[in-house]
Design a protein around this ligand. Structure first.
Ligand SMILES: *Cc1c(COP(=O)(O)O)cnc(C)c1O
Length: 358
């Protein structure tokens, strides 16, 4: 401990993680049964806190997996008979698309270059696509799909399911829950927890689609599919022995975020994003990678560097500050700065001050 992490996941821990983990161990949560009242109560508490935090209606269930990667696979395998449609503009959205191919489906995609988003009015989605898969926050490039663009897809293609990877932005995006069907995230990004838990939010329509696949004999996934998660979820349980400790921890962090107020958290995120982008625009050291302001991620700021990125990262490391490196082959020329709720406005200001001196 002691370092400050601006990495986009695993990320800086939420300030209350330590306190809650100690409390969890004192309450024997590492040893309790996952088929008993104590766990069911804990599961209910966590899902209710998340429901309140996200203003989630009751036709949506909340299910736990081991990662978001697992949800890429399970969402496609549980709900797509043949064809999904994918918005691809970086490494994460591309993997979601590739999972569909690996599963033997015939996915469609529209692809934008790294650093670019989509002009969704100009994109026609084929009639045969059953599900539209969006990556709300493309963590590799720092490009976002604004929530209103995702909602517009539902307006135009109301019979298709809309699945949203919001892994590196939740709880920041403000979704209209009548316009999305499934949204998922993992906890090591903006919730500031250690990695090891995926969260899948899915509505009745998503479940109905999975039931349709099942009735056709197409749902063959013994290790978790949407229906096994939902059946167990009804009993406030999970199909396998889950990460009880983290389900508890997530409930507590959601509670802390509720106390702070989700609108305050969103406002602070916007303030910090503005500070970072304004700095990058004026700086001789950094420059925003994403040119279109509408498509700039508010939770993961990606910047081109005018010095070798490794030098900047090294210099900050000496100050106990950890920046994210550029993704994949952009490693040498970019840095990624996570702007998650665990980082305060003062800490962003402090980072900017240090960057000014480099
Ligand atoms: C990190 C990330 C994932 C993968 O999350 P895991 O918890 O590692 O499975 C998926 N999508 C996006 C956009 C991410 O940033």
């Amino acid at each position: 401990m002691g370092k400050l992490f601006f990495t986009p996941g695993p990320a800086q821990l939420y300030p209350t993680v330590e306190k809650h983990l100690v409390e969890a161990l004192h309450s024997d949560l590492g040893s309790i049964s996952h088929r008993g009242k104590q766990f069911q109560k804990l599961f209910t508490q966590t899902t209710e806190n998340l429901r309140q935090l996200l203003s989630l209606p009751h036709d949506f269930g909340i299910y736990f997996t081991s990662s978001a990667t697992e949800i890429w696979e399970k969402s496609l395998a549980s709900c797509v008979e043949e064809k999904s449609f994918h918005f691809v503009n970086g490494s994460f959205s591309k993997k979601y698309y590739e999972f569909a191919k690996e599963l033997g489906l015939s996915p469609f995609k529209v692809e934008a270059e790294m650093g670019f988003g989509f002009d969704i009015d100009k994109i026609e989605i084929p009639e045969e696509a059953e599900v539209i898969c969006c990556t709300q926050n493309e963590t590799s490039s720092g490009v976002q799909m604004p929530a209103h663009d995702i909602h517009a897809l539902k307006d135009k293609y109301s019979s298709k399911l809309i699945f949203v990877d919001a892994v590196s932005s939740m709880p920041h995006p403000h979704f209209n829950w009548t316009k999305v069907d499934s949204v998922f995230f993992s906890v090591q990004k903006a919730f500031g927890m250690p990695a090891g838990l995926g969260v899948w939010i899915a509505n009745e329509k998503t479940l109905a689609k999975a039931n349709e696949l099942k009735s056709k004999g197409l749902l063959k996934m013994p290790y978790h599919n949407l229906l096994t998660l939902a059946e167990n979820g009804k009993k406030h349980e999970t199909p396998a022995t889950p990460n009880v400790l983290y389900i508890y921890l997530l409930g507590k962090i959601a509670e802390d975020m509720l106390k702070k107020g989700v609108e305050n958290i969103r406002k602070e995120t916007k303030t910090k994003a503005e500070l970072l982008y304004n700095f990058c625009e004026k700086s001789n050291l950094l420059e925003p990678f994403v040119k279109n302001k509408m498509h700039r991620s508010e939770t993961v700021v990606v910047a081109n560097t005018h010095k070798p990125a490794a030098d900047i990262i090294e210099a900050l490391k000496k100050e106990n500050i950890v920046l994210g490196s550029g993704y994949g082959n952009l490693k040498e020329k970019q840095v990624r700065i996570a702007n998650f709720p665990s980082i305060s406005v003062a800490q962003v200001e402090m980072l900017i001050e240090k960057l000014c001196k480099l």
